[in-house]
Write a protein that binds this ligand. Sequence first.
Ligand code: C2O
Ligand code: CU
Length: 549
Amino acid sequence: GTTKHYKFDIKMRSVTRLCQTKNIVTVNGQFPGPTITAREGDRVIVKVVNHVQYNVSIHWHGVRQLRSGWADGPAYITQCPIQTGQSYVYNFTITGQRGTLFWHAHISWLRVTLYGPLVILPRRGVPYPFPQPYKEIPIVFGEWWKADTETIVNQALQTGGAPNISEAYTVNGLPGPLYNCSAKDTFKLKVKPGKTYLLRLINAALNNELFFSIANHTLTVVEADAVYVKPFKTDVVLITPGQTTNVLLKTKNHHPNATYLMAARPYATGPASFDNSTTAGILEYHTPSNKIMKINKLPLLKPQLPVFNDTTFATRFSKKLRSLANSKFPAKVPQKVDRRFLFTVGLGLNPCSNPNKTCQGPNNTMLAATVNNVSFLMPNKAMLQAHYFNQSRGVYTTDFPTNPPFKFNYTGNPPNNTFITSGTKVVALPFNTSVELVMQDTSIIGAESHPLHLHGFNFFVLGQGFGNFNPNNDPVKFNLVDPAERNTVGVPSGGWVAIRFLADNPGVWFMHCHLEVHTSWGLRMAWIVMDGKHRNQKLPPPPSDLPKC
Ligand code: C2O
Ligand code: CU
């Protein structure tokens, strides 16, 4: 492979959306941020220079970071933040992966404006296992708030209540024509008839899973989270924050007398309020050169999107995702299991800690979120350094509960005591442990789907179901042949999902809900994977410019 160099200057820029201007944090003044393009096997070197008044760190979401955990990016997990005026060089090699991923800030809620595509092409000369597309287009979904990021974060973390919802969803940073004062901020995709386009869908939104569809066009799903899948056709794609999905779009053979909306709006299951509005871009056919058509006069057709709580659709869609699992791209599903874990994921409550004694959670409490009833507290030192230098004291403890600390009907009536515990607790795993993990949603404050993301690994999605996981009946139905292999999976609302991964990557690996509000409330934990015996099974020493806390 070759080496790709990038420079990310983190700086402010004023941007106008929905007729309101605000200053946002950007990379190189671009919003959304620049696309990183590399090939499988390439080394990627990104120098990040922080010119803003906030601490910054950047995460390469879905990149496996084999023995390069120092470059993973989550603040206080693998590194201290890059402070104002400082810089850090992220240096990693893309091994055994090709497809669409993305990068985003991984500190506070800065990823609301700091994100961009990360495109990994196959090695030179290696074709896709599907028709070669005529063009490839990243389609990044985001959320736009009129308020500044600090205000939004404070609302979510200090009042104890639900966060303010965004004013708009966006396609490539643009809300589109269905919002007031936004028609000029519309992403337009100009296409030619009779061609195949590869759309690289990325959900970089903070708090919303999305349905996506293009009017009068069928999509073929070919890849999820940078892993090829068995192609299947669909009119609508479900994509959670943290997920990426490649779809083929075959344009109509003749120039149609219409333009088409490509639209996204939320799939939402939880009790919290959300914005049920629709973001849209426009699919516009090039005018044939022999006749000048009045594009503006053409009818604009809208797609049919499922209703916001269509869990039946969401379930059916998720179950269609299967690894390609052929001889060129085998699914390396761990067939034996060394350790089994059951994690409940869901919301819970903290007593009100506001000095003025009023909190906006139920009965004057503060909303919180947990894994196995533990709300994860961010340490104020980087865990990976603490681990590497054997200085974990006062930073984290290795007593994360491997099973729910008390049993109850997870998806039935909530228990009487909904209060939670907190701590910086991790699970430590010997090198090469084969892990089976069942994540069980709870209905303590209302069932809700949680897109769980694991750093440093892909995992296989063996099965999912509704109600409580049954360790006697459910595992016999696990798919060990061609399960979807990904880095982010939706734990079904009122249900469970079972995954497996091989802990072959030494380091400290964050796992969390990719709904930013749930992460902030504590729905996060970390795995520590110990070094193996051999030289290439050990985490190398930290780079000399690793930021200090
Ligand atoms: Cu895309 Cu830990 O995040
Ligand atoms: Cu969640």
